[in-house]
Design a protein. Structure first.
Length: 281
């Protein structure tokens, strides 16, 4: 029997350290790593799922996007998941504030960037029984209050460590995507490098990273460069300071000078320093 195919880009969203990268690793390769390395920029994983829906065989070809989880980097995040067709919202069962962030930060960002796409909601780290601060009921309440179409009550408690419900969660999203038409959202108003959008050092860093990625082509291509330059510049993404961002701007300029005309890298360097200088605090 002919297998019907569907290709979909999906994004995992949630606060830093909720376990998004670990969930992808568990789903893709059946592996779990206990070391925490924050995602910078965007990482892409390809994975196929084979399913039977209504007696018909389906093949879902996922492009899974893992993006920066720190709140406040809306421009870097927007450029990382525009054109996604579905989203997996991940919270940490041992930190109830990460569930609140789904409603206050991540859902509004999704609706702004890609519109009301199918979503599922996960509470990760179900293996940490003694540290849990909430459970499935609270996640289902959040799912039920979400206005994204096709959502139903698609909520799970999962564990990237043990694998509990991880595959079932991705299969749930695959079925939603196969049975719902996802309309194309026409454009996002990005005021990149607009001084009126920059009110803090974190805002400036966000614009600088998004600007570099935009000029480089795509965030996933720019990510290795950004990660290296942020590391050697000693930038703390949670609380970046002015001096480290200055180093980052200068290091980016040196990196750009390896593949761009000197005048262009110098122009970018000046423009990025001007954005940082606009921040008064």
């Amino acid at each position: 029997m002919l297998c019907l195919q569907n290709n979909s880009n999906i994004v995992l969203l949630g606060d830093s350290a909720v376990g998004k990268t670990s969930l992808i690793s568990r789903f893709d390769a059946g592996l779990f790593g206990s070391d925490y390395n924050p995602t910078i920029g965007k990482k892409v994983t390809e994975k196929e799922i084979f399913m039977d829906i209504g007696g018909k065989p389906y093949q879902m070809n996922f492009m899974i996007w893992d993006i920066i989880g720190q709140k406040g980097y809306k421009y870097s995040q927007t450029t990382s998941f525009y054109n996604a067709k579905g989203a997996i919202m991940v919270s940490d069962l041992t930190r109830k504030e990460t569930l609140a962030s789904i409603m206050s930060y991540w859902i509004p960002l999704v609706l702004r960037v890609i519109g009301p796409v199918p979503m599922i909601f996960l509470g990760n780290k179900s293996d940490l029984l003694e540290e849990k601060e909430y459970g499935l009921q609270e996640i289902e309440m959040l799912a039920g209050s979400c206005k994204a179409f096709g959502i139903g009550r698609n909520a799970h408690v999962v564990s990237a460590k043990t694998g509990e419900n991880v595959e079932a969660a991705f299969e749930d999203l695959a079925q939603l995507l196969m049975t719902n038409h996802v309309p194309v959202k026409l454009g996002v108003d990005l005021r990149l490098m607009d001084k009126t959008e920059v009110n803090s050092v974190k805002d400036a860093l966000d614009h600088i990273m998004a600007d570099f990625a935009d000029q480089f082509g795509k965030m996933e291509y720019a990510t290795p460069f950004l990660q290296h330059q942020l590391t050697i510049s000693r930038v703390d993404l949670d609380d970046p300071d002015r001096d480290s961002v200055k180093r980052f701007i200068d290091n980016l300029a040196m990196a750009e000078g390896l593949y761009k005309e000197a005048f262009k890298s110098e122009e970018n360097q000046k423009k990025r320093h001007m954005i940082l200088m606009h921040v008064r605090n």
